[in-house]
Design a protein around this ligand. Structure first.
Ligand code: IMP
Ligand code: MG
Length: 188
């Protein structure tokens, strides 16, 4: 597991972000998750569904660490509410382009915070009659869970800080930071 102790600030074009999970630790954990998923679905085909936009970088790395016949689909969602907290009201901005009926499906999310988005997606997908629906998230903030949601494969459990990088954004930017960093608290 990663060392959760924040390292010294890495000042760069992205500003003063604290490194929470560095690139090497991310890469190693993604390989482990890929092996875990490969074993869990051995002998089966798998339909991976990336939740846009936040999962795009994790998805691209994870899919290469899964050694099974996979198909790749994407669903876009946006959650009404303010910038750092989910309202639980989820809007589908880009729906799947084909049926998932009868398939083993694995949702790939960047982060599960309150769990409201993942709960919504799992319930929505269940109505499409797949063979199974699993959930994988790179990050999970266990202290903030508001609903019961089982995430079958979790990369890292992290403290309740707002994080950016490796696909995760703050107001649309910082997705291209190659590590997971912590936003410093806003000035009063
Ligand atoms: P939930 O519905 O509260 O579980 O929130 C899930 C969604 O909120 C994630 O898919 C992210 O898009 C966003 N989110 C939650 N926490 C963070 C964070 O720390 N950084 C960036 N986005 C976040
Ligand atoms: Mg998201």
């Amino acid at each position: 597991m990663h060392d959760p102790t924040p390292r010294p600030q890495r000042g760069g074009w992205h500003g003063p972000l604290e490194v929470l999970i560095d690139e090497a630790t991310l890469a190693a954990r993604v390989q482990q998750l890929g092996a875990e998923i490969t074993a869990a679905y051995a002998g089966r085909d798998l339909c991976l569904i990336g939740v846009l936009k936040g999962s795009f970088m994790f998805f691209a790395d994870l899919v290469r660490a899964i050694h099974l016949p996979v198909t790749c689909e994407f669903i876009g969602i946006s959650s009404y509410g303010n910038d750092t907290r989910s309202s639980g009201i989820v809007r589908i901005t880009h729906d799947l382009q084909r049926s998932i009926e009868g398939q083993d499906v694995l949702l790939v999310e960047d982060i599960v915070d309150s769990g409201l988005s993942m709960r919504y997606l799992l319930d929505n997908f269940a109505t499409r009659r797949p063979r199974s629906v699993g959930a994988c998230a790179l990050l999970k903030k266990p202290s903030n869970m508001q609903v019961e949601v089982k995430v079958d494969h979790v990369g890292f459990s992290i403290p309740d800080h707002f994080v950016v990088g490796y696909g995760l954004d703050s107001r649309g930017i910082l997705r291209n930071v190659p590590f997971v960093g912590v936003m410093p608290p806003a000035a009063p």
